[in-house]
Design a protein around this ligand. Structure first.
Ligand code: ZN
Length: 523
């Protein structure tokens, strides 16, 4: 077998595994968008079978053989000699130089090795059991949340916690399960790094939030009434299209919790509508569009290989946050879209001035619910979840005590105590899917978005003038080159360093928040 054919077979197998993953993703999308209420049990079985198939493809011993084969030949002298001894030796004419893996192919090889070594450590029975439990727990969570019944949910959550620890142990992280879970979402990141970044952020963020919240300047919300869904849908479609989302390779539907699923050629975004809060669906959709643009910008020619995949959730969130916050909550964006927004909703916006509308778009007000939080207080919601996950995974907090611990931290960080568990510990879907270690990605994404924003404006000083003309192509082009085209070439922190020339820091986020919010809330 030549290097070329071994590499081609490796890629074919990686792609097959990726395709199985996309089918799995589509079933998950359908579960949240279309599934009839009594069809959940069958879906859990379907997802379990798919997870098993995908796991079998990703852990196929043939993949291991191909990786070992290629690693022994990646252009090392031993390989060059061995190749020279292959058929062709002794024939007349110049020797054909051996086929060597390109730099890109070596990246694929290294990342594929890391994935393979992880996946083979998970027994198929475990993968099947976890997939089934994820689906069952999702439905239990939805039921218990509706009734604000933490006690009913606790056994499901307990099992998720055990499965997460078990998975970490299989991967060799028995002593530091939270590090494994974080790394799974943000390659290369650890709880210690996050702890340091969050501590630095919190020190300045809490006083900044208090300063804003205590300002006599208050955003109006009284006019957010009676925005029919159909024009909301049309408006957000026009906005997201203009930002660059390609609807020929994606769509947007409605779900209870907005999300973005899929990759490359088929992106499924969701949103939700509220007649009395049109900004919710608008900003939610722009957020998901940021995720979608990242996925659509991954190089199609590498689809299915690590060079055609996103780095992780922190980088993903940096893309969604950048579009949602730095771009779409900015003055320049509204200079272009405000006249169109008013054309769509003339009666609803008649008595609202431009400045009032802009302040409402940038309203800061502590809330109990993370997904409703503004971008100043949002990070405090994440710090709360990080603290609790860290304690849960370290065995310093038991599931039964989680609601009380949640409420105490909410009071400490946000100055609010949830009146019930629905608005407290039961509000988020993540833990029901066993996604511990996911929450920090949101805050990593916020820090990274501000750092990228600082960098791109340094490179293109007049960038925001483009936005005022409805042109977002220069920003998108920059993100395509700097972030999207890289696939998984770098880990999260390395990518930040490569693109911005400095390590990930909360400094740019704090600077951006001060720059945007203090002038708005100065009495
Ligand atoms: Zn997101």
């Amino acid at each position: 077998m030549t290097t070329e054919t071994a590499y081609a077979e490796l890629v074919a197998r990686l792609k097959r595994s990726h395709v199985l993953g996309t089918v799995n993703g589509l079933l998950g999308w359908d579960e949240q968008v279309n599934l009839p209420p009594d069809s959940a049990d069958l879906r859990a079985e379907q997802l379990a079978v798919m997870a098993e198939l995908q796991h079998a493809a990703a852990s196929d011993p043939r993949l291991g053989e191909l990786l070992a084969e290629l690693e022994g030949r990646d252009g090392s002298p031993a390989f060059a000699e061995a190749s020279a001894g292959r058929p062709g030796k002794g024939t007349a004419g110049p020797a054909v130089p051996p086929y060597q893996l390109t730099a890109d192919q070596q990246v694929v090889l290294q990342r594929a090795r890391r994935d393979y070594d992880r996946v083979v450590k998970l027994p198929p029975e475990f993968v099947r059991e976890k997939a089934r439990h994820n689906s069952q727990t999702f439905h239990a969570w939805a039921d218990c949340k509706a009734r604000s019944d933490f006690a009913g949910y606790a056994p499901f959550l307990q099992k998720q916690l055990e499965l997460a620890k078990q998975e970490a142990a299989y991967l060799g992280y028995a002593a530091a399960p939270y590090d494994y879970l974080i790394d799974r979402h943000d390659p290369g990141m650890t709880a210690a790094v996050i702890e340091r970044l969050f501590a630095e952020l919190k020190t300045d963020l809490v006083p900044l939030m208090r300063e804003i919240v205590s300002s006599p300047v208050k955003a109006r919300t009284d006019f957010l009434r009676g925005f029919p869904v159909a024009p909301q849908r049309e408006f957000l479609r026009a906005v997201t299209e203009r930002l660059g989302f390609n609807y020929r390779r994606g769509r947007i539907d409605v779900s209870l919790h907005p999300f973005c699923e899929g990759s490359g050629a088929d992106i499924r975004m969701t949103t939700r509508f509220d007649e009395n809060n049109p900004l919710n669906s608008l900003f939610g959709s722009i957020h998901e569009t940021g995720h979608g643009l990242y996925e659509q910008g991954l190089p199609l020619e590498h689809q299915g290989t690590p060079l055609g995949q996103a780095v992780g959730m922190g980088v993903h969130e940096s893309q969604s946050r950048l579009w949602e916050n730095q771009v779409a909550r900015g003055r320049a964006f509204w200079r272009f879209f405000e006249p169109r927004f008013r054309e769509t909703f003339p009666a609803q916006l008649r008595a609202v001035s431009s400045d009032e509308l802009y302040l409402t778009v940038n309203a800061v007000r502590p809330t109990l619910i993370r997904v409703d939080a503004d971008e100043v207080t949002y990070n405090l919601h994440i710090i709360l979840r990080f603290e609790l996950e860290k304690r849960l995974l370290a065995g310093m907090l038991v599931v039964a005590d989680l609601p009380a611990a949640w409420n105490a931290l909410a009071q400490e960080l946000l100055g609010l105590t949830p009146p019930n568990d629905r608005e407290g510990v039961l509000q988020d879907v993540h833990w029901s899917g066993g996604m511990f270690g996911y929450f920090p990605s949101y805050c990593i994404g916020n820090m990274m978005a501000a750092q990228l924003w600082h960098q791109v404006r340094k490179e293109f000083p007049g960038l925001e003038e483009d936005f005022a003309c409805g042109d977002f192509s220069r920003l998108l082009g920059w993100l395509r080159r700097q972030i999207h085209a890289q696939g998984r070439r770098h880990d999260t922190q390395e990518l930040v360093r490569v693109v911005t020339g400095e390590p990930l820091t909360p400094r740019h986020l704090l600077h951006y928040l001060r720059e945007r919010y203090l002038p708005l809330y100065r009495a």
